[in-house]
Design a protein around this ligand. Structure first.
Ligand code: ARG
Length: 463
């Protein structure tokens, strides 16, 4: 029997209910209701295990199973009376179960605590988000591979310091992001493998005297094994920290790429045309087509990294085992996961739809003396000059072209020979951008054949 006003789940020793402000700071139901499916899944596995080990009668277990399914459908259809007085999703579900099936509901929490329950729910949820992030990354990598394959031989300027450096290929640039997002994928995969141990059955912190079977619940919930230390099991949130860390690194990659798209879509660059589907207009300037999705992706890193810093700060300095501080883990992770998945989807849409402006890319690739290194390399290879001298001769030729207002290939042979007499007609062969990229055949280099080989390798990896 509970006294009026006190909490039905833990009010036994309380004479009065909580102050409204206490309830407001304590309740997590407004956000942890998001864990309802995982909570019910965990409870079903727990009840089945209690029956299999003889801790619970089969008829009670059956009543609990059916009742939980009813609760699940009530929540799914939006027909569930969530209550802040019942604090969190765990007690909301259990209390409703009691209303539906009566006395057996009170036996569900045998050999379990909200501490192992919440750790289990949250881990299951985070694992699902990792799977979704990996799916999103696979789709993005697929879109990048399509771009890279189509444009393996298209030339564009490669930059350092955002200054024209050397010509590269469109495919090579796309494949650079494939490498980054591929590492992100493997980070999520690693995190998933490491986190996949079940906290359920750790109980409050010390384990339980009931003859439970933690291997059975672990298996039922798709975990590889039960967590080996009950104190650790209820206080571990490094699975969430690892998810946020992997998400933050992925968001850095997304943000860098988004920045490039913003630059490329500008009227000054015109390297790409973004589709109407992934652009917006201006309400005052009719000519404008804005890369809003790219700008937002560029900015979203702030939320994800913010979540990471917030959770690191919550967890640092917490003594073992569970502390209520840990209730502050969820909203950050929820928001970071939503943000990451949306950013991945938006980036995939933009990349699939975007059109490279080949003439603009090619013109830009040929300007800015982008083949100066090729000229210096030619002087080393064909004329036997030491690289430092070749560098100096090339610099003089660049200055000459600049003074003339032309690019390197437009200098005459006589002009070149006036700087160094070892220059021959053959030099013009390396001054063209196509020849330049085709010559970069070292492993991982920008030559179209190298790019095609990497596309083929990744297509095989991605299956
Ligand atoms: N709502 C709590 C949380 O999210 C559940 C665990 C509460 N455990 C406790 N002993 N008060 O962390």
């Amino acid at each position: 029997m509970t006294k009026s006003g006190s909490n039905a789940m833990w009010g036994g020793r309380f004479a009065a209910g909580p102050d409204a402000i206490m309830e407001a700071i304590n309740a997590s139901i407004s956000f942890d209701k998001r864990l309802f499916a995982e909570d019910i899944e965990g409870s079903r596995a727990h009840a089945a295990m209690l029956a299999a080990t003889g801790i619970l009668s089969d008829s009670d277990a059956e009543a609990i199973r059916e009742g939980l399914l009813t609760v699940l459908s009530e929540i799914e259809t939006g027909d569930f009376p969530f209550s802040a007085a019942l604090e969190d999703i765990h007690m909301n579900v259990e209390s409703r179960l009691k209303e539906i099936i009566g006395e057996p509901a009170g036996r569900l929490h045998t050999a379990r605590s909200r501490n192992d329950q919440v750790a289990t729910d949250f881990k299951l949820w985070t694992r699902g988000q990792i799977d979704a992030a990996m799916e999103g990354l696979r789709a993005l990598i697929g879109a990048l591979l399509d771009q890279a394959e189509a444009g393996a031989g298209w030339v564009m300027p490669g930059f350092t310091h955002l200054q024209t450096a050397q010509p590269v290929t469109w495919g090579h640039h796309m494949m650079a992001y494939v490498e980054m997002f591929g590492r992100d994928l493997s980070r999520f995969r690693d995190a998933r493998a490491r986190m996949n141990e079940s906290p359920l059955g750790a109980a409050a912190l010390a384990g339980t005297s009931f003859p439970i079977d933690r291997h059975m619940t672990a298996e039922a919930l798709g975990f590889d094994r039960p967590a080996a230390n009950s104190l650790d099991a209820v206080s571990d949130r490094d699975f969430a920290l690892e998810f946020l860390s992997a998400a933050s690194i992925c968001a850095v990659h997304l943000s860098r790429f988004a920045e490039e798209l913003v630059i490329w879509a500008s009227a000054q660059f015109r390297f790409v045309v973004l589709s109407d589907r992934f652009s917006t207009g201006s309400s005052i300037m009719p000519q404008k087509k804005n890369p809003d999705a790219a700008e937002l992706i560029r900015a979203k890193i702030g939320r994800i990294l913010g979540a990471q810093v917030a959770l690191f700060t919550v967890m640092k300095g917490l003594p073992l085992a569970y502390s209520k501080d840990m209730q502050e883990d969820k909203e950050q992770v929820f928001d970071a996961a939503d943000t990451l998945l949306l950013s991945l989807a938006a980036m995939t849409g933009m990349v699939s739809d975007m059109t490279a402006n080949r003439p603009a890319l090619e013109a830009a690739a040929a300007s800015g003396f982008s083949t100066a290194t090729d000229l210096a390399d030619w002087l080393v290879r064909e004329a036997g000059l030491p690289f430092r001298e070749a560098h100096h001769v090339t610099g003089t030729l660049v200055a000459m072209a600049e003074a003339k207002g032309c690019d390197l290939p437009e200098l005459t042979l006589a002009e070149m020979q006036s700087v160094h007499d070892a220059v021959t007609e053959d030099v013009f062969g390396v001054l063209g951008v196509q020849n330049s990229v085709a010559s970069r055949t070292s492993y991982g280099g920008t030559a179209p054949d190298q790019v095609r080989a990497q596309v083929a390798r990744w297509k095989e990896v991605m299956g």
